[in-house]
Design a protein around this ligand. Structure first.
Ligand code: PMP
Length: 305
């Protein structure tokens, strides 16, 4: 990509895109010692706003707590730095990536001797699984790779190393001709996509895996649960077996990058009518109506820059 005109926030300073470098012997390069967030900003008639900023910053701090990373900034300072990064780059709708990592110090497994570095970048990023997928749905496959058991790598912490597991599933999906993978948990229940939570619709009821199925506590998952209940839908969090995906009326992904992406087939089996279903469409519309200020922000999700 060509973002040479952009600035990246690095340990409190805005540096040029090409100067945001780290040492090759940084702890993170060798052991994946990072925690991060993926956040979106939307441009609407009232200006540019960050979606659920406070919740994303809270999750970043929770992830840091898991790995004993002492955050060198307060939540307020990180929130302000995120807004500042969007502002200086004069971005409107964009994707924002704060990442906190263990830098250059010692190279033993113990991270305690390494400094903590904080970086925030932002760039334009369209529909993660394609514009066409947002309307027609994507084709996905259940991966042969599973999510880690809860006593191995904690999936509620959004750390870099977790995404080696996601990459195994995503690479396999691409090689099998799918747009995305669905992973099962260590017991064989449906967990989530490589970078998305998942919902099914059965007879008008929304169902989504429980947090104990080794999933990320998705902020979009929470937004969609909130919106669905507000629209009068019943939402159930439960363990889902694989065949529930095949037999569902609708299946869709949620995530900051993927927003609300309908799924039209799983493992080559057509889901429902093989296109975006009415529930996914209504939730997608409601979600964008709030982000793009066509509807009142009644849950206070938007922070204007
Ligand atoms: N699961 C995984 C593994 C993810 O990487 C993401 C993206 N952050 C999600 C779920 C969705 O989370 P959110 O809605 O907070 O972006």
């Amino acid at each position: 990509w060509d973002d040479s005109a952009s600035k990246i926030w690095m340990d409190g300073e805005l540096v040029n895109w090409e100067d945001a470098k780290i040492h090759s012997l940084s702890h993170v390069v060798h052991y994946g010692t990072s925690v991060f967030e993926g956040i979106r900003a939307y441009h609407n008639d009232n200006g540019t706003c960050v979606f659920r900023l406070e919740e994303h910053v809270q999750r970043l701090f929770d992830s840091a707590k898991m790995y004993k990373i002492d955050m060198p900034y307060t939540q307020e300072e990180i929130s302000e730095a995120i807004l500042e990064t969007v502002r200086v780059n004069e971005l409107d709708s964009c994707y924002i990536r704060p990442v906190v990592f263990r830098g250059y110090g010692e190279l033993g497994v113990s991270p305690f001797g390494c400094p903590v570095n904080t970086v925030i970048a932002a760039w334009d990023w369209g529909a993660y699984l394609g514009e066409e997928g947002m309307e027609k749905g994507v084709n996905v496959g259940v991966s042969s790779w599973r999510k880690p058991a809860p006593d191995t790598l904690p999936t509620m912490a959004k750390c870099g190393a977790n995404y080696m597991n996601s990459q195994l599933a995503k690479m396999e999906a691409i090689e099998h001709g799918y747009d995305e993978a669905i992973m099962l948990d260590y017991l064989g229940y449906v967990a989530e996509g490589s970078g998305e939570n998942i919902f099914i619709v059965e007879d008008g009821v929304l169902r989504t895996p429980v947090l104990s199925s080794s999933i990320l506590r998705g902020i979009t998952r929470d937004s969609i649960i909130t919106l669905a209940k507000d629209l009068g839908y019943e939402v159930v969090e439960e363990s889902l077996t694989r065949e529930r995906l095949y037999f569902a009326d609708e299946v869709f992904f949620t995530g900051t990058a993927a927003e609300v992406t309908p799924i039209r087939s799983v493992d080559g089996k057509v889901i429902g009518a093989g296109k975006r279903g009415p529930v996914a469409e209504e939730l997608q519309k409601t979600f964008f109506d709030i982000a793009e200020a066509r509807k009142e922000d009644k849950f206070n999700w938007l922070t204007y820059i």
